[in-house]
Design a protein around this ligand. Structure first.
Ligand code: ADP
Length: 649
């Protein structure tokens, strides 16, 4: 390889192949582990989820954060499914909304207690409705507090209903409405008892408004939430459950009861003064209750130390997050998400140990809330990434292959160019030499004859023959170079005519035969004269044959034998020129037909030449639809074959 192309190869290796190899190695390395890819993907999907959650919470809390605190309609927030409960706490941290009263046990006044006990004994002992009624009237008169009055009203309603006195029962129930915040001494809520009893007695159609009224009263705060109401709520829900579902208002009532339950749950959880762990400033707090229930609250601190806020349950919030675009994309990729309180992240990782999971902070300002993302079906996620990584890897390898191929082609072309340039410069040197040698010989011989420096006429003829021989060599060389130049520049135009191959060969032999004989060659001719004509450019074909003959003469040094044969060959014809000269080394047999190429032993044998003769011969042969080839001759020398097709008639 030439020096400059070796440098180029080195440069190519250093500047292109090395970085490509490095990059490939890096990417192969990073793509090898599919689990890592899945985790990276989970992390990548986490960003949009964080944004979506931020937007979701922001839209819910914004109104509460900026509105005039006096005008805040807390109940309105409860219609958002993501909001578990709206709340208000006073400066001491006690829950004011929703209102939840502690178990209100009290003492009955002795006189009232006696009257009440007597009435109840009569009611149980079947003392007759009129007597019972009178006994309760007596108790009413003894009642001193609202609580005692409410207790009597409830008992009167109960007794009236049992006796079928609906008017009195309804009246007692109506009056009880005025004692919404009153409890009896045992902590029961007389109004609630009355609602439930009446509703049950009246049945689905008339009972429904009675229950609906009760739920509304609880939701609007006319009745308080209190320990023990859960039992009544359960009874109410069971009652509604037994009523026909398609009845008008039934669904609304059920929804109201559900809301009551939500409030109750919240109140039960957070009613204790320290239970609601609110952030010190307006913002979010997140944690877990003693029973492990996670919570997320937003609170707005007001100037007087009280606060309003919203509490979120994780499940509805998570469902809302799953419905966002980011959540849907997550599901499409085979992942799911969970909202985690700060203390729950480890448990999450343990639960999802078998699959691929990732925990990340849900948002800087979300009080430590975390997002847990995991591949629902980790084997399918991994196989997806395996496929994708494989595709990327193949693409990378393909690319590397192309780069290497490109480099190879580039190097090969440059190498070829460099070689051609070198051959061309050799050619110029060879041609100059080729021209100078016969010219010098002609001059010396001509001068000798002119000066009369010869001993006898035979010597003079010898000088003159030398002049003829050298000038023929010169003109053949010039012919060759001219034809070759025409060929090289694409200006060689062939004139195809019918002609006899034997005539062409004889024409080419004629000028060199005398000197062959003179040099002592044994010429062995076997020329078939009766072959069908060819379609050929006679002079071009002449040049081609003359080249083969001249080479045979030129490259024969010891055994001076040339055999020329013209014969049919397959369905064409052949001119074969064989010699016993220096031959061509096997490794160079194909290359001697390239332009400017000279076999290594030609130089060693000090035979002059320009390296264009065979190239010219080959293109002439091909222009005639034929070929030229060198056939191995194990016994020494070369055998060239010029094969031509016979003209079709
Ligand atoms: P040149 O002017 O060098 O002879 P050619 O194109 O005619 O150019 O031949 C190309 C090369 O092929 C020669 O340099 C020589 O090495 C080899 N060659 C051609 N003919 C013969 C032959 N008859 N015997 C040995 N070598 C030959």
């Amino acid at each position: 390889m030439h020096r400059s192309s070796r440098k180029l190869a080195l440069l190519f290796l250093l500047l292109i192949l090395l970085p490509v190899a490095l990059l490939t190695w890096r990417s192969v390395d990073s793509l090898r582990d599919e689990r890592e890819s899945v985790q990276a993907e989970a992390l990548l999907l986490g960003g949009p989820l964080q944004d979506a959650l931020g937007r979701l919470l922001g839209s819910l809390t914004q109104g509460m954060a900026y509105a005039d605190p006096r005008g805040l309609d807390l109940a309105a927030y409860e219609s958002f499914p993501e909001v578990a409960q709206a709340f208000r706490v006073n400066a001491a941290g006690r829950l004011e909304y929703p209102l939840y009263l502690p178990l209100p046990l009290g003492e009955r006044h002795p006189a009232f207690a006696v009257a009440m006990a007597r009435a109840e004994a009569l009611e149980l002992g079947d003392g007759g409705y009129a007597t019972v009624r009178e006994a309760y009237r007596e108790a009413w008169r003894r009642a001193v507090s609202g609580a005692e009055e409410a207790e009597v009203l409830n008992a009167q309603g109960r007794a009236a209903l049992a006796a079928g006195d609906l008017t009195t029962a309804a009246e007692a129930h109506r009056q009880l409405g005025l004692y919404g915040l009153s409890f009896d001494a045992d902590g029961a809520h007389p109004a609630t008892l009355s609602h439930l009893r009446l509703a049950e007695h009246l049945g689905p159609v008339q009972g429904l408004p009675v229950l609906a009224d009760w739920a509304r009263a609880l939701l609007t705060g006319r009745y308080p939430l209190f320990p023990g109401i859960r039992q009544s709520l359960g009874a109410a829900q069971a009652l509604v459950g037994r009523w026909p579902a398609d009845q008008g208002g039934n669904r609304a009532l059920k929804a109201d009861l559900d809301r009551v339950e939500r409030r109750l749950t919240f109140a039960e959880r957070f009613a204790g003064p320290a239970a609601l762990q609110l952030p010190p400033q307006t913002g979010y707090a997140c944690g877990s209750l003693a029973d492990g229930t996670p919570f997320l609250v937003f609170a707005r601190r007001l100037s007087d130390g009280s606060a309003v806020g919203l509490s979120f349950d994780m499940e509805p919030l998570r469902a809302a997050l799953q419905r966002t675009a980011a959540g849907e994309r997550l599901a499409q990729r085979g992942f799911d998400v969970e909202l985690l309180a700060p203390g729950a992240t480890d448990a999450f990782s343990v639960t999802h140990r078998a699959t691929i999971s990732r925990v990340l902070v849900a948002g800087e300002w979300l009080g430590g809330l975390h997002l847990g993302i995991w591949a629902v079906d980790s084997s399918s996620a991994v196989s997806y990434y395996r496929k994708r990584n494989l595709a990327v890897l193949s693409a990378i390898f393909l690319l590397v292959g192309f780069v290497a191929l490109g480099g190879y082609v580039l190097l090969r072309d440059t190498h070829r160019e460099v070689r051609l340039a070198r051959l061309r410069s050799d050619f110029v040197a060879n041609v100059s030499h080729e021209l100078r040698t016969p010219l010098a010989a002609i001059r010396i011989n001509a001068e000798t004859v002119l000066a009369g420096r010869y001993r006898n006429p035979e010597r003079r003829d010898e000088f003159l023959r030398a002049i003829v021989r050298e000038s023929e060599r010169l003109s053949r060389l010039v012919d060759n170079i001219m034809a070759f130049a025409q060929l090289d520049s694409g200006r060689l135009v062939y004139d195809f005519q019918p002609c006899q191959l034997a005539a062409v060969v004889r024409g080419a032999l004629e000028p060199i035969e005398p000197q062959l004989r003179y040099r002592g060659f044994r010429l062995d001719l076997a020329i078939a004269e009766d072959l069908p004509p060819l379609r050929a450019d006679r002079s071009a074909l002449g040049i081609a044959v003359a080249n083969l003959l001249a080479n045979a003469a030129k490259y024969s040094t010891e055994r001076l034998e040339i055999a020329v044969r013209v014969a049919t060959y397959g369905d064409g014809q052949v001119v074969e020129v064989a010699d016993r000269g220096i031959g061509v080394p096997p490794s160079e047999r194909a290359r001697i037909f390239e332009k400017f190429y000279r076999a290594s032993n030609a130089g060693a044998a000090q035979v002059a030449g320009a390296g264009v003769g065979l190239a010219l011969t080959r293109s002439i042969a091909e222009a005639h639809g034929g070929r030229v080839e060198l056939v191995a001759r194990p016994s020494g020398g070369s055998r060239f074959r010029l094969v031509l097709p016979t003209a079709r008639s």
